[in-house]
Design a protein around this ligand. Sequence first.
Ligand code: UDP
Ligand code: MG
Length: 337
Amino acid sequence: MNAKQGMKRAEGLTIVVPVFNEAAGLAALHAKLMSLATRLRDQRGLKLEIVYVDDGSRDDSFAIARSLPADAADVQALSLSRNFGKEAALLAGLDHARMGAILFMDGDGQHPPELAEKLVALWQDEHYDVAYTAKAHREEEPVTRQLSAKIFYRVLNFNARQPIPEDAGDFRLLSPRAADALRQMPERNRFFKGLSSWIGFRQIRVPYEPAPRAHGASSWNIGALLGLSIEGLTAFSAAPLRIASLLGVLLSATAFLFGSWILFETIVLGRGVPGYPSVMVAIMVIGGVQLLVLGVMGEYIAKILSELKRRPSYFVAESELRELDSTKKPVSREAAE
Ligand code: UDP
Ligand code: MG
């Protein structure tokens, strides 16, 4: 992977598309991307490359991806050795991109290619380094989800020098220098929304309305969302640890006051301590809080461990590159009919 970091990249744009069980819509998406590539080439002379990263799909997404025609842009198809998760798929795309600028776009058709043109304009005409899209509003989501998102960003950005923008999606364009900065991040645990804001440079928010999923179902469930949230929190914020310490201080202070009062009652007022309920409450509160704080520390220790192991974030099982002018030199095309 390090060799790829030093690699010299061509002037142009690579669109990275993570693909997990998207066989049903891949061809339609590719057709749209090809017409986008044609427009960008005609209007701006911009060279395009599409990188499909198959994240261990169980359907024939990869077979489809590798047989898609390179009509208007270079096409790379990578398949990872198993399902590593979307963030790892994005990293694989970032590493294998052959053009300087990067556009991350979902493979389920929720990210409109038309908006991509606007992002390209912001980069090329107005020289922004990071153009990220964000959901214009969340009213249609359940209240509990809205609330948990609010709390998540509040804790995440607690005391942060470079706050991570709320509701930003993974649909974003990075200029060559921003993409390079992203590649220099040494950590294994990736939280791209956070990282691409953390690097700085000139950032701009583009509000948009995600299209409904064209087919299939979102692969995020409560567990996966919770996992990503913990991932984001522990990667970008020490606030949970700080909250834990504050809680400790608060409880100790209360315990001290309460203890003094009991002593006063026993010694000065001469009252026996009836005590059972209060003792039980104290034991339960302290026991609960200790477990909670231990759990929070455990999350950070788990993170330290996984960074220490320095395992690669993904393995590529197969890859295929089809260049735009491949009409001249035939490329291996076993998967074609
Ligand atoms: N994805 C992936 N690996 C996974 C899960 C999802 O590469 O383990 C891809 C998926 O194919 C899609 C994108 O990530 O292109 C977003 O996934 P999804 O639509 O399920 O998420 P949502 O749009 O609901 O956030
Ligand atoms: Mg989606």
